[in-house]
Design a protein around this ligand. Structure first.
Ligand code: UGA
Length: 442
């Protein structure tokens, strides 16, 4: 099938690449000429395992093309994906200007019947807005004869495992009431829908809300666990035992109940805020989601509070070694990352930071530039030298079995703040560390 994808961010690029990989002919369109140029040369602007080779192979095979030529893009596709960003507005609601501008472009150039697919995470009601925009432009062109449908088809990929998530989706949500569109969507996704039927057909609004409900549910699980972790600490319990204890109930399950330093990234914070806002617009008070958000904001300060308490507020002139800058492992993404809240609080208190991350060093440099109180070091060992404590913010695999003797010898005091509960408190004490983690007395 001929497919056009507008937007070459995480969602659009991965979607385009995996569709090309199964044999569809995909044209990816972006307004950013430099990005298109880079992609055409096989350079991927983001770190995502497996994506670069997938893009290169399919580009070389001629199944995946990149262009800034929107007109050619619209002409190519039997279906048109809208996969552009929906950044939060000042008030937290999703800004639809990019989505609607793509809708306008599609309407300006379409010459035959089209299926327009909303892949971006968009508030309930967006498909109606896209439909209205397309109809308006077609009317101006005197082409009301051109039929089109707007389908909601949300994406559920996770950064760091985006390719695998897209290739093996848990579900394929198709939001439309148009039978013909359902058939085309089924054909498009047939290669990913083999062993059992993963397609769930529903009305557009339910599909749009499904995406938010999924992310908000996951964010709720995390905030719930962080709340219990904080309580656990005060009550003298061990959250890791509690986690295992409750996870063994299949109705709760082991996934997404890891306490830590709060959720970050481009999705959970944005989507929780957007749904609160959507609810507010119709005078519905989303009390639970507001609490989820508030707990998360507070959780991001938990490491700083522990550090502040340990050093009795004397942070001026201290140096902290930081492992992990990205909001989670296997990505270079620092959007809404807890590391940023921590670093900024430490700087505010007059401390210095020596930081290392396996992938996010360039991103940190881009965000913070050169400053006296931040040293971005090339290895996880280099950050330790002369630091007053080590702080682990992101649970990268390569941090799991460190050389503790080396850590001890490099730090001025053997003090470790672990925001991801990577180690056993008793074992750390035995090794001579003053060890702090989340939701445990240790
Ligand atoms: C999330 C969802 O997991 C995807 O299903 C969804 O498609 C995506 O948003 C999106 O809307 O595009 P992502 O933001 O890539 O994916 O990251 P996650 O792996 O979900 O992690 C989010 C945050 O939660 C991270 O900061 C992570 O450290 C934190 N987390 C996760 C916890 O604190 N505890 C957990 O048990 C799990």
């Amino acid at each position: 099938m001929n497919v056009t994808v507008f937007g070459t961010g995480y969602v659009g690029l991965v979607q385009g690449a995996i569709l090309a990989d199964v044999g569809h002919h995909v044209v990816c369109v972006d307004v950013d000429a430099e990005k298109i140029q880079q992609l055409s040369q096989g350079h991927i602007p983001i770190y995502e395992p497996g994506l670069e080779s997938l893009v290169r192979e399919n580009y070389a095979a001629g199944r995946l093309e990149f262009t800034t030529d929107a007109e050619a893009g619209v002409k190519h596709g039997q279906v048109q994906f809208i996969a552009v960003g929906t950044p939060p507005d000042e008030d937290g609601s999703a800004d639809l200007k990019y989505v609607l501008s793509v809708a306008q472009t599609i309407a300006e150039y379409m010459q035959c019947e089209q299926i327009i697919i909303d892949k971006s995470t968009v508030p309930v009601g967006t498909a109606d807005k896209v439909r209205a925009k397309v109809a308006e432009v077609l009317a101006k062109r005197n082409r009301e004869d051109l039929n089109f449908d707007v389908v909601s088809n949300p994406e559920f990929l996770k950064e760091g495992s985006a390719v695998a998530d897209c290739q093996k989706p848990d579900r394929i949500i198709i939001g439309t009431e148009n039978e013909a569109s359902v058939e085309v969507m089924r054909e498009l996704y047939a290669p990913f829908n083999r062993n059992h039927d993963k397609v769930i057909v529903m009305d557009v609004r339910s599909a749009e809300l499904t995406k938010y409900a999924a992310n908000c549910m996951l964010a709720t699980k995390i905030s719930f666990m962080n709340e219990i972790a904080n309580l656990s600490e005060l009550l003298g319990a061990d959250i890791e035992m509690v986690r295992q204890g409750i996870g063994s109930d299949p109705r709760i399950g082991y996934h997404f109940i890891y306490p830590g330093v709060g959720y970050g990234g481009s999705c959970f914070p944005k989507d929780v805020q957007a749904l609160i806002r959507t609810a507010g617009d119709i005078d519905f008070d989303a009390k639970l989601l507001k609490a989820v958000e508030a707990r998360n904001q507070e959780q991001k300060t938990t490491l700083f509070k522990k550090i502040h308490r340990h050093f009795e507020g004397q942070l001026e002139g201290k140096t902290f070694a930081l492992w992990g800058l990205s909001f989670k492992p296997n990505t270079d993404d620092m959007r809404e990352a807890p590391s940023r809240v921590l670093m900024e609080a430490l700087w505010q208190a007059g401390a210095k930071v020596q930081a290392y991350d396996p992938e996010a060093m360039e991103e940190a440099q881009r965000i913070y530039g050169t400053r006296d109180d931040l040293a971005l070091c090339g290895t996880k060992e280099a950050v330790l030298k002369g630091a007053d404590a080590l702080v682990i913010v992101t649970e990268w695999q390569s941090f799991r079995a460190p050389n503790f003797d080396l850590i001890k010898s490099q730090l001025s005091q053997p003090t470790l703040f672990d925001g991801r509960n990577m180690f056993q408190p008793a074992r750390m004490r035995k090794k001579g560390f003053t060890y702090y983690s989340v939701g445990r007395n240790g």
